[in-house]
Design a protein around this ligand. Structure first.
Ligand SMILES: NC(=O)c1ccc[n+]([C@@H]2O[C@H](COP(=O)([O-])OP(=O)(O)OC[C@H]3O[C@@H](n4cnc5c(N)ncnc54)[C@H](O)[C@@H]3O)[C@@H](O)[C@H]2O)c1
Ligand SMILES: N[C@@H](CCC=O)C(=O)O
Length: 521
């Protein structure tokens, strides 16, 4: 019998052993820089002539590694491999499928620092953020292994009917796509891949070209955990070449996507079109962006609120869908809160992700750097700069890293562009509300609805937030990032996606279809 699920503890880097282990892992991984990883199709490693380089955002001249790049012929081969593997994988006993996830979790646990080190270098997460990414990947494997045994290991209860033997079975869908974003390169690649396979589906995993190496690591781990050939196939390449091609492919049955609103909506539209030879309705599972707000009311503990807003806005450089990008503060405490916030966020240290003392490191790449810089320029017109703002010109930094200071604009109007559009960087808009009602209305007045938080000691306000704050993940008197698998099922409303609730009790159901069987006795 499996022990009860509980989330993987976070690394405690205050101990000298853990710090030394992480330093060793960083050196070990740096020693492997520049290697070329193959694609994996039908269990065969495929090295191609064209290669994608993955750069360290803190030192972009350093290439962390290369991955072979697929063209459409190889992408097609990957879909056919997933289709072929489905014929046998769907019949592999559930316990054996769950075992693969449990073994993968055990391997990840053994390689915890090494995986975190790859994340530090590939996407520029600080130690604690990288460690949390690995812990979440482990949690997804452990949690879904148990959930699958619950969902598919027994027939679902039905109302008895005289003279009939009744069953309701959850069966897999078929071969599908897993399309993760770059910002949780291990955790989200893991949830989008292992949830479908444990329920008997097969997968073509197409990671973001901005962070392909952790997907390579994931596939290696799944192979080492005993996953048969073809059950997960890895293709990496240009979005313009592979994106629409894979989404449109007639043999694809479901698309598990996490990323931006624009791409999510594109996937949704294209998936709705029936292609020649396609005998099913494709099932899109889409988790998209956010414009998440933290409300601070007149009764709030302002120091706790400043701490929570700082962590939510600037953790991983604000590059989380859950990041707080709007602090909505009631007039009577606005100045006092702002002062505490600026003081708190002003202590954040900008630096290389590989250094343990760093709080905020580089953003993912030049494209992100330029886009965030444009929003900072716009913020100068739309608000009053109270922290940061000067974009650190990457040319001025010796290694050319894409560093941007934590930036806060105060007195931003609720409908300003920096208060409505997802910036996905370390930029926070602080908005004044005349009272709690106005604050709640502003918080809900966006096209998104992913995370939100309220800092308050007023029981009536906390109750109103439970009822009226329209977000998929609501947090009361705590930060709005850091959902834990099995504890805070994650996914939003409105343009934030289809509310799939990764790490929740219904998630696996999205990768199955229900078959009702009645036998006359
Ligand atoms: N709601 C969530 O759970 C969640 C979690 C993490 C990130 N996000 C969101 O993801 C975004 C950041 O990630 P990103 O920059 O990688 O997003 P993105 O939309 O640019 O890319 C997401 C994935 O889609 C792929 N892609 C791009 N064009 C495609 C196409 N035409 N067809 C198919 N796939 C295509 C990318 O290569 C990548 O793998 C932010 O908006 C963030 O809020 C949401
Ligand atoms: N699940 C993560 C966010 C994932 C999006 O980037 C959190 O809860 O902070």
């Amino acid at each position: 019998m499996l022990p009860t699920y509980s989330p993987e503890p976070f690394g405690d880097f205050s101990t000298s052993e853990r710090r030394a282990a992480m330093q060793r892992a960083l050196r070990h991984v740096a020693g492997q820089f520049g290697a070329t990883a193959p694609l994996l199709i039908g269990g065969e490693q495929r090295l191609c002539e064209s290669k994608l380089a993955s750069h360290n955002p803190c030192e972009p001249k350093k290439i962390v590694g290369y991955v072979s790049m697929a063209d459409q012929t190889l992408a097609h081969a990957a879909v056919l491999a997933a289709e072929a593997a489905f014929a046998h994988w769907r019949h592999v006993p559930l316990e054996a499928r769950a075992q693969v996830l449990l073994r993968a979790a055990a391997i990840m646990r053994r390689q915890k620092e090494e995986l975190a080190a790859w994340i530090v270098y590939e996407v520029s997460k600080t130690w604690i953020e990288a460690d949390a990414d690995v812990a979440e990947a482990i949690d997804f494997c452990e949690y879904y292994a148990r959930q699958a045994l619950d969902l598919q290991g027994r027939d679902q209860p039905l109302t008895p009917y005289p003279g009939e033997y009744l069953q309701l079975r959850q069966i897999p869908l078929g071969p599908g796509l897993a399309i993760p974003p770059w910002n949780f390169p291990l955790a989200i690649a893991t949830t989008l891949t292992v949830a479908p396979i444990v329920t008997g589906n097969t997968v073509v995993l197409k990671p973001s070209p901005r962070a392909p190496l952790l997907a390579v690591r994931l596939v290696e781990i799944l192979e080492a955990a005993g996953l048969p050939p073809g059950v997960v196939n890895l293709v990496v390449g240009d979005d313009a070449v592979l994106g629409d091609f894979l989404v449109d492919h007639p043999q694809i049955r479901f698309i598990a996507f996490t990323g931006s609103k624009a791409v999510g909506l594109r996937v949704l539209e294209r998936a709705a079109v029936r292609q020649p030879g396609q005998n099913w309705i494709k099932r899109p599972i889409l988790e998209m962006g956010g414009k998440d707000a933290i409300i601070v009311d007149a009764s709030a503990d302002l120091s706790a609120a400043a701490e929570g807003v700082t962590a939510s806005a600037f953790g991983f450089q604000g590059q989380k869908c859950s990041a707080c990008s709007r602090a909505i503060v009631v007039e009577s405490v606005y100045d006092a809160f702002l002062q505490r916030l600026v003081e708190r966020a002003g202590h954040l240290r900008l630096g290389h992700a590989a250094l343990p003392e760093t709080h905020v490191a580089a953003v993912i790449d030049k494209r992100a750097f330029d886009m965030i810089s444009d929003y900072i320029a716009l913020g100068q017109e739309e608000g009053r700069l109270v922290l940061g703002g000067e974009v650190v010109d990457h040319k001025l930094i010796e290694d050319g890293g894409f560093f941007i200071n934590p930036t806060i604009f105060a007195d931003v109007a609720a409908h300003a562009r920096i208060a409505q559009e997802e910036i996905f960087g370390p930029v926070l808009a602080v908005i004044k509300a005349k009272d709690f009602d106005a604050a709640l209305a502003m918080a809900n007045d966006t096209e998104y609805g992913l995370t939100g938080a309220l800092y308050s000691r007023d029981l009536a306000h906390l109750e109103r937030a439970r009822d009226e704050f329209h977000v998929g993940n609501l947090y009361l008197n705590r930060k709005c990032t850091g959902a834990l698998v099995g504890i805070h099922p994650f996914g939003g409303f409105n343009m934030s996606g289809t509310n799939s609730k990764a790490g929740g009790p219904d998630y696996l159901r999205l990768f199955t279809q229900a078959k009702a069987i009645a036998e006359r006795l």
